[in-house]
Design a protein around this ligand. Structure first.
Ligand code: PMP
Length: 448
């Protein structure tokens, strides 16, 4: 522990020295007492090469404006009310089927009261990282509660789910190691592997035969480092579930450690809501489970659970944790209150599943292509990107808010409307959604 701290101090000093050198150098350039040869000449006259302006791509970037001009731009729409099941967007009342508020807790009085009380007691932020001054007793309590809820030895809370994957994967996978990812893993898993120094290998989406082929090749080609596979438990766009039993079986055979991103599964899958591993009865076979507070937990932040030794390593080495401020007290308190509700009100999860099954059945029955969903994320496959924006706009105009998903988030030609459901959607909400989606589907010729 002492050594790690020392290393960080050395690193910080090294960086400071570098910055100082740069500052001094730039102060000297153009300084009349210390003229550097050619310092006042434009770069092309010094080198004979004219470098392009870094911002040129920005000046040429017209795609969003082109889509705005068509009147179908769907992004960054300001929500002017609490982000519940009925929202006001651009002054318009809508049924929200585009959130990740799976258990309907963002607007729950107990969650809001806990957040407010924590802000009053502890203030508005932590002004520092978990590593130094930013750990509150609330963070420690939350980590104990999460470890217990997820049925693992220990937990570690990060500032966002995105940072959780960046920090965890990049610190675990070293220069001589290999990391395997599903082609449809979330962007922050991909970026976490890119930040690591290990070799990255991809396998076809949820195709465990392909995973085995890739691992086997790596091992047969003489790989001798450690190995990690990272997958989404529930894939965020299509709502399908990883084939965890087969993934675990292959991983064990080749000594690959398993990490599951349960951003969309915690609170949703499993008898107690502990996620994908619990759903498959494989709690003791997954090495690291990652989760986020931005969905079922109705707040902001992220976490991992694992054996205590792994948590001890990650908490002292993950740069995304050590060099970033911790979640504010109100966020931590909101998650603790959400946990209380999740643990004591299993009927919320039951209602969520009832809604999810109904919507999949209704859309498929109408003739829509709902892909491979098995969860409360129910996509409607449209095809082209512009067609997806048009479909989105037609729904929005009739008071249903959804998310259009276009390439590169999905392969070209497979743009979709991503709909997602909440425990607190009523039958009336869903009746109305089905009616409007059917109307638009017929108008656009997607169903007959
Ligand atoms: N993993 C997955 C699968 C996600 O869908 C998301 C968020 N959309 C994240 C990680 C990142 O979580 P956060 O929003 O907490 O940064």
């Amino acid at each position: 522990m002492r050594r790690v701290t020392f290393n960080y101090l050395v690193l910080a000093r090294g960086q400071a020295a570098k910055i100082l050198t740069i500052v001094l150098k730039s102060a000297l350039i153009g300084c009349p007492q210390n003229p550097e040869k050619g310092a006042d000449l434009p770069p092309e006259e010094k080198t004979g090469v004219k470098c392009p302006d870094l911002f040129e791509k920005c000046f040429q970037y017209t795609t969003p404006q082109d889509i705005r001009n068509l009147g179908i731009y769907p992004y960054f729409r300001p929500v002017q009310s609490a982000p519940g099941n009925e929202v006001v967007i651009d002054g318009k009342e809508c049924i929200m089927i585009g959130s990740n508020n799976y258990l309907g807790l963002v607007n729950h009085p107990k969650v809001k009261e806990a957040a407010a009380a924590a802000a009053l007691k502890y203030g508005s932020g932590c002004t520092g990282s978990r590593f130094l001054n930013g750990t509150l007793d609330l963070h420690i309590e939350l980590e104990h509660r999460l470890a217990k809820f997820m049925q693992r030895e220990a937990a570690l809370v990060f500032s966002t789910g995105f940072q959780t994957n960046l920090g965890t994967i990049s610190t675990l996978v070293g220069k001589s190691d290999a990391v395997f990812i599903d082609r449809q893993d979330h962007a922050c898993i991909v970026d976490g592997t890119r930040l690591s120094y290990g070799k990255i290998y991809k396998f076809a989406h949820n195709d465990i035969d392909d995973y085995e082929r890739v691992v086997k090749n790596v091992v047969n080609n003489g790989h001798r480092g450690g190995m990690l596979v990272v997958v989404d438990g529930v894939f965020s766009m299509e709502g399908d579930i990883i084939d965890l039993p087969r993934l675990v079986e292959v991983s064990q055979r080749y000594d690959v450690r398993v990490m599951v991103d349960d951003a969309h599964s915690v609170g949703v899958l499993g008898e107690t809501g502990a996620g994908t591993a619990e759903h498959f009865g494989l709690l003791d076979k997954v090495d690291i489970t990652m989760g986020t507070f931005s969905k079922s937990f109705a707040s902001l932040g992220g976490f991992i659970v694992a054996d205590a030794a792994v948590i001890e390593w990650v908490k002292h080495t993950a740069r995304a944790l050590i060099f970033s401020a911790s979640i504010p007290p109100s966020n931590a308190a909101a998650v603790l209150a959400a946990l209380d509700i999740i643990e004591t009100e299993p009927e919320r999860r039951e209602h969520l599943w009832k809604n999810a099954h109904r919507m999949k059945r209704e859309f498929a029955g109408l003739g829509f292509d709902v892909g491979r969903t098995e969860t409360p994320i129910v996509p409607i496959v449209i095809g082209g990107d512009i067609e997806a924006f048009e479909f989105w706009k037609a729904l929005f105009d009739r008071g249903v808010f959804t998310n259009p998903v276009v390439s590169p988030a999905v392969p070209p030609g497979q743009a979709m409307i991503r709909t997602s459901y909440t425990a607190t959607h009523t039958d009336e909400h869903l009746d109305r959604v089905v009616e409007i989606v059917a109307q638009v589907g017929r108008e656009k010729g997607l169903i007959s």
